[in-house]
Design a protein around this ligand. Structure first.
Ligand SMILES: [Fe+2]
Length: 231
């Protein structure tokens, strides 16, 4: 007899569907339909088009992409492990609690990198007559004041991120400091512009000169991408 190997999750899904069909007497379900129920792992996105950006070496960017891919891998691993522990009734275990705490750190590390890479890769200043610049001027007095505040947050001591957030409840804009990946997010706010100020984001090219890195970041902001995130 020929043996068919399949992943445990797929086997469980098929077994469950089979049992249900026996009970309900429903016609056979196709294999394609059962596959839809499987949870697919999240795939890292490709940002290699950013290579060649002014002020960012290829070495720095490639290292940064590899680091981002690590967050994707770990987010998938944690999601799988937590799902398995749930199935096995281990939700009271200290390991489950610690992995639950860790999940936000890995997930936010992954998603923040995506926002960051996706708001880079363009040239030119913000359109001062555009929707985003007008909102910045409304919130901070002028675009220049907004920029001063954003850069001020970016040069704070510590590792983390600066986010320009839009509060989806009020429409207001805030520049926020995110400690590491998960500390300081504003609930219900939408990220508009993200700046990575972990040392790996600039030390290869700038050493300790974080302000010079932020100047280079500003030269490459994709303002249309940022504006497109406004609600
Ligand atoms: Fe980073």
């Amino acid at each position: 007899m020929k043996t068919i190997f399949m992943p445990r999750r797929q086997f469980l899904t098929l077994s469950a569907v089979g049992g249900l069909l026996l009970l309900t007497g429903q016609p056979k379900i196709s294999f394609a339909q059962t596959r839809k129920e499987e949870k697919m792992p999240y795939n890292a996105k490709d940002y290699s088009k950013l290579i060649g950006m002014e002020g960012f070496s290829e070495t720095l960017l490639k290292n940064h992409f590899t680091l981002y891919q690590g967050y994707v891998t770990n987010t998938n691993k944690l999601a799988d492990t937590l799902a398995q522990m749930l199935k096995e009734g281990k939700t009271a275990a200290p390991e489950y609690a610690e992995l639950k705490r860790r999940f936000g750190w890995e997930f936010d590390g992954m998603r923040l990198h995506e926002y960051y890479f996706e708001n880079l890769g363009a040239k030119g200043a913000i359109d001062k007559s555009g929707k985003l610049a007008k909102k910045m001027a409304g919130a901070f007095g002028s675009y220049e004041e907004w920029e001063k505040d954003f850069k001020g947050a970016g040069t704070m001591r510590g590792i983390g991120w600066v986010t320009l957030y839009q509060d989806t409840a009020s429409g207001n804009l805030f520049n926020c400091w995110i400690n590491e990946h998960d500390g300081g997010h504003l609930v219900g706010c939408n990220p508009i512009l993200i700046l990575d100020v972990f040392e790996h984001a600039f030390m290869i090219d700038y050493g300790l000169k974080r302000a010079d890195y932020i100047t280079a970041f500003f030269k490459n902001i994709d303002w249309k991408a940022a504006e497109g995130r406004l609600k």
